[in-house]
Design a protein. Structure first.
Length: 175
């Protein structure tokens, strides 16, 4: 059985142990290709964790400001505010999960491309996996927009949808 232990300090990984049936073996007893693969998986895992943490932290800070702005700008009722928060939370979690999957698959894709032993079929298969997740991401966004359309009045929806095409509000320069 293979056991990979990670730490969230300054290193990507703490140790790699192989455990054969009769007892434990040192990491040096594993073939070099397995050691390299374990190292890559360790780095991938750390990158995904960091991306998830950074994305959720940044989203939480910007989302809080946007939610207050959204309620004021669209003049949402309490019920609308509660429901839009629920929908946004639900879909943002789903979308964040899909984005992190795309990042992971993209790293694997790049590794396959740089591996001379990788077959064309394995590279194309990984590309199809990324494409399928991307399609799912688009469907989630469409579902989110339809749910928002059900909650908001036509005027509110128009204003909300128009604001989605624009980057977050920035202070305009005075001339």
């Amino acid at each position: 059985m293979l056991d990979i232990s990670f730490t969230m300090g300054f290193t990507d990984f703490a140790s790699v142990r192989g455990e054969p049936e009769g007892g434990q073996a040192a990491a040096g007893n594993l073939p070099a290709c397995q050691q390299e693969w374990i190292m890559k998986l360790g780095r991938l895992f750390c990158v995904l964790i960091l991306v998830l943490c950074a994305a959720s932290e940044g989203r939480a800070q910007s989302a809080a400001g946007r939610e207050v702005s959204l309620v004021k700008e669209l003049k949402l009722t309490e019920a609308q505010d509660r429901e839009t928060r629920r929908i946004r939370t639900l879909y943002s979690n789903r979308i964040l999960k899909l984005r992190s999957e795309i990042i992971g698959k993209s790293i694997q894709y790049r590794e396959l491309l740089s591996d001379p032993a990788a077959t064309e079929e394995s590279i194309r298969a990984k590309g199809r996996e990324i494409e399928a997740i991307d399609t799912q991401l688009i469907r989630e966004r469409i579902d989110f927009e339809i749910e928002m359309r059900k909650i908001l009045t036509p005027e509110q929806f128009h204003r909300w949808y128009s604001s989605m095409d624009q980057p977050p509000a920035k202070k305009k320069t005075v001339r």
